[in-house]
Design a protein around this ligand. Structure first.
Ligand SMILES: Nc1ncnc2c1ncn2[C@@H]1O[C@H](COP(=O)(O)OP(=O)(O)O)[C@@H](O)[C@H]1O
Ligand SMILES: [Mg+2]
Length: 274
């Protein structure tokens, strides 16, 4: 097939995919959004509309910018001195990088879970109570209910209800990760960012987290980075494929994996590089 024909075909594909996405309520949107580390443009002029209360997976080979883009959404990159952005990134139509946006408040609304579970070296209770206290959300009595509620949502309550004063570091890796999810949920976020949340876990703990994502779908907007394409296919409604900082394709997950619109996507999902 010649290049022109192929381009026309992929434009059609994009139209179809964009139509599916346009029917969703938008939650995070970017326009010509770039992220630099000094002179290195790690994210290159990305236009994306991430739908509300769906699971969006971000896939692509190592170093393509998945973590950089994810961290850009709640301004975790602010902590890196060489890092700056260009273009626009909007959360509910507000500029995430606007001069009046408070990053602390933003991170309450847009929580994050990391690759390696990182509970505080404190009791299970304190891990969950910390955030709500910080945002002075609750009185003491209400705090107990909130801790229980958050642990229930993270499917951890039954396993830890009798050991709330134990140190969180005594939990298994999978339990620690669910604790980190509960900690993020305790401040009542809108969006949950997850950066390869199962890559440090065994298959059983991984399945547990994937089930949990299934339960949280529809209540939160979840954006999950994964290098595992089967995982993306299992847990997500939409998938974004990045390559060398460029958003190559964004489409409903079933569409992207069965009928990719771009040659690069096809090469990646069929394992020709990675
Ligand atoms: N803290 C940092 N300082 C400078 N460059 C970075 C930093 N973090 C990532 N990069 C660079 O940005 C690019 C994308 O990295 P990253 O977002 O970690 O990719 P991925 O998560 O897809 O593996 C890479 O070239 C990487 O070297
Ligand atoms: Mg990464």
């Amino acid at each position: 097939m010649n290049l022109e024909k192929r381009l026309v075909l992929s434009e059609k594909q994009l139209d179809k995919n964009n139509l599916a996405i346009e029917n969703e309520v938008c939650h995070v949107r970017s326009e010509g959004f770039s992220i630099f580390y000094g002179a290195n443009e790690a994210i290159k002029s990305v236009d994306i509309t991430i739908p509300r209360q769906k699971v969006t997976a971000i896939i692509g080979p190592s170093g393509c910018g998945k973590s950089t883009f994810l961290r850009g959404i709640n301004r975790m990159n602010d902590l890196i001195p060489s890092c700056f952005t260009r273009g626009r990134l909007l959360y509910k139509d507000e500029n995430i990088y606007g001069q009046y946006t408070d990053p602390v408040l933003l991170r309450k609304q847009i929580g994050m879970v990391f690759q390696k579970p990182n509970p505080f070296p404190k009791s299970i209770f304190e891990n969950i109570a910390y955030g709500p206290r910080l945002h002075s959300m609750k009185r003491r009595a209400e705090l107990f209910d909130l801790v229980e509620e958050s642990l229930r949502r993270a499917a951890l309550w039954d396993e830890v209800k009798d050991r709330m004063n134990d140190n969180a570091l005594g939990l298994s890796g999978g339990q620690q990760q669910r604790l980190c999810i509960a900690r993020a949920l305790a401040v009542d976020p809108d969006i949950l960012l997850m950066d390869e949340p199962t890559s440090a876990l065994d298959p059983r703990a991984t399945a547990h987290i994937e089930d949990l994502i299934g339960e949280l779908r529809g209540q939160y907007t979840i954006i999950i980075v994964t290098h595992n394409m089967q995982q993306a296919a299992r847990v997500s409604d939409y998938t974004a494929f990045f390559y060398e900082g460029v958003l190559v394709e964004f489409a409903p997950t079933s569409e992207l994996f069965t009928n990719p619109g771009r040659k690069k996507t096809e090469e990646y999902i069929t394992g020709r590089f990675g």
